[in-house]
Design a protein around this ligand. Structure first.
Ligand SMILES: Nc1ncnc2c1ncn2[C@@H]1O[C@H](COP(=O)(O)OP(=O)(O)OP(=O)(O)O)[C@@H](O)[C@H]1O
Ligand SMILES: [Mg+2]
Length: 473
């Protein structure tokens, strides 16, 4: 620093240089101070976001728990406030409280940009119609989210998850969501939020119900490969679908399969959150869910994949239980009763305590499956058997399944372009359904409410399935 005193009337070049340097230093100090302030603001916002994320996590678990609460007592369940306090100033960190990137989110367009052609389906959580975008003439599927009038939470968490997950997913075997549009009167639950999805001509359920001949083995293999690569993508991205079934699998006229209906799906992180066991439509529900586990993983989807594999081969849903008890007994008839060897620790599951099982399973593992699918090759039977392992840890992951020798053996998977085409139901009348509905929130069976003590009652000496018997103890 120059020893020369600072002069407001600098006249020499040296003075001018000195003043310029001082100005620069001052600016630098000001910039650093502003930066520090900004960093402090950011830190505060992050702390607030972390607290909100934790609250939302608890709320999600509570949301899963709500099912139990709703069915086990009439006491209203406690709800955590999800909405952050209104900001004090305009530069609020509200956006940073969201756990996903809002950078690319814009106000939604109106549903008036689309013209409805015909209804396709009314399901548990939504209504789906075929529509054209007025500007482009493109055909799309519009799925309306069902909102409960007077629901204090507004948009159901299932709808939010469906939007969030579909927005993030990009895979040729997962249905693409183009945008979310809103109705004119968002106060009316029937007229509020619509997902605009790529239109796919068929769902597998309708095809299986209507086709005169079952799929060829080569076709089953290609369909399974596509399903499995979609599922592997979801699982790699920490998404559990939790409602895989043939009516949620779409098939295009070019033989391209797409996983749809993410109304039950959710992200699962590490550590695993507590999850509701009331997921997956009954016929496709894994035994650990039927026995009331709260800590499950991607293997629940792999069980459903096993059920779908059986259905693709026979055209009939594999395990058509009429209720939870009937469902688990049908599972045991097909896969054998569990033992501590075949499924270590199953006795500790909440609903397993009331199970009365034969002391020794008369079934050789896999023999019934083998008998029920006589035309399946040994590799195919071994894959189906492993997918339908009672012990979730013994089921293959989607990634492992893709490598299974079943897909490498003759007949090879048929190329998509050689798939037969089917008359599209979606362009005509509504699709019919002969299956139980997807689980409805709030109708869950509380833990321990399912009494499995009598599942083999009246079945002593009974001959069932492929010539095996189960004796009551
Ligand atoms: N993108 C699409 N293109 C064509 N049809 C579709 C599309 N998405 C869904 N559908 C049809 O609408 C039906 C219901 O859709 P989806 O399963 O997403 O709704 P949902 O109400 O959540 O269903 P559910 O409760 O019955 O499982 C599907 O089975 C399928 O037949
Ligand atoms: Mg569905």
């Amino acid at each position: 620093m120059s020893s020369k005193p600072k002069s407001r009337w600098a006249s020499t070049a040296e003075d001018a240089e000195f003043e310029a340097r001082q100005k620069k230093e001052k600016e630098e100090r000001r910039r650093k101070k502003a930066q520090k302030l900004e960093e402090e603001e950011k830190k505060k916002a992050m702390l607030a976001a972390a607290a909100a994320a934790k609250a939302s996590e608890t709320a999600e678990t509570n949301d899963d728990n709500d099912n139990d609460a709703a069915s086990s007592s009439s006491r209203p369940s406690k709800r955590r406030k999800l909405t952050p306090e209104p900001p004090n100033n305009s530069s609020s960190p509200a956006a940073s409280l969201l756990r996903f990137d809002v950078g690319s989110w814009k106000p939604s367009r109106s549903v008036d940009n689309y013209d409805k052609l015909n209804d396709i389906e009314e399901g548990t959580y939504g209504w789906v119609a075929r529509a054209t975008e007025l500007a482009s003439g493109r055909v799309v599927a519009l799925k309306r989210l069902k909102l409960e009038a007077g629901d204090p939470n507004g948009l159901p968490v299932t709808g939010l998850r469906e939007i969030q997950i579909l927005k993030n997913c990009r895979h040729r075997n997962v249905v693409a969501m183009e945008e979310v549009v809103v109705g004119n009167d968002t106060s009316k639950p029937d007229n509020s939020i619509f997902l605009v999805l790529e239109f796919v001509e068929h769902d597998l359920k309708s095809i299986l119900e209507d086709m005169p001949e079952p799929f060829l083995s080569s076709e089953v293999k290609r369909l399974l490969l596509q399903l499995t690569s979609g599922v592997a993508y979801l699982h790699q991205n920490y998404i559990l679908h939790r409602d895989l079934k043939t009516s949620n699998l779409l098939l295009s006229n070019r033989g391209l399969l797409k996983i749809a209906d993410f109304g039950m799906a959710r992200y699962v992180g590490d550590p695993r959150p507590k999850l509701t066991q009331l997921v997956v439509t009954l016929w496709y529900r894994a035994p650990e869910l039927l026995l009331g586990t709260r800590s499950y993983d991607a293997a629940v989807d792999m069980w459903s994949v096993g059920c779908i594999m059986g259905e693709l081969i026979t055209r009939e849903p594999l395990l058509q239980g009429s209720n939870e008890v009937d469902q688990i007994s049908k599972v045991f008839e097909l896969c054998g009763v569990p033992t501590e060897d075949s499924w270590p620790g199953f006795r500790r599951l909440p609903n397993a305590r009331s199970l009365r099982l034969p002391k020794q399973s008369p079934l050789a593992s896999g023999s019934v499956i083998r008998a029920r699918f006589p035309n399946l090759t040994a590799a195919g039977a071994s894959l189906l058997n492993s997918l339908l392992s009672l012990d979730p840890d013994k089921r293959p992951t989607a990634k492992e399944m893709l490598e299974h020798e079943y897909f490498r053996q003759d007949p090879k998977p048929k190329p998509e372009s050689l798939f037969p085409t089917f008359p599209s139901k979606a362009g005509q009348e509504r699709r019919r359904r002969h299956e139980p509905d997807a689980p409805v929130r709030g109708q869950a069976v509380a833990l321990g409410d399912v009494d499995f003590s009598g599942i083999f009652q009246g079945r002593d000496k009974e001959e069932r399935g492929a010539g095996f018997s189960l004796r009551m103890v």
